[in-house]
Design a protein. Structure first.
Length: 99
């Protein structure tokens, strides 16, 4: 998964994370850096099922980190949507696209 944090000054930080669990209201995950409770995030999860047999999708979640420990963060999901995923040379893949 990929995430984007927007801070109060409007700066954007991007990184990679791994899902622990997902429900309709929360996402538990680990990230490549420590994130803090109160930070707003957008998380893009590569969806494993293709649309109409060939279009790649992402589940995009937007919300706020409601809990954070040294090993795990919990995102309170405020909004979700499916988006089509880029394919080809413009696509950005993480260190392990299977996650």
């Amino acid at each position: 998964m990929r995430y984007t944090v927007t801070d109060k000054q409007g700066s954007r930080i991007t990184g990679f994370c791994h899902t622990i669990s997902l429900s309709s209201s929360e996402l538990a995950f680990t990230a490549d850096r420590q994130l803090m409770a109160g930070q707003r995030l957008e998380v893009a999860i590569d969806w494993p099922v293709l649309l109409e047999g060939g279009v790649r999708l992402q589940l995009v979640l937007t919300g706020e980190i409601v809990r954070a420990t040294q090993t795990m963060m919990i995102l309170g999901i405020e909004r979700h949507e499916f988006r089509t995923r880029r394919f080809g040379p413009m696509a950005v893949e993480g260190p392990d696209p299977a996650r």
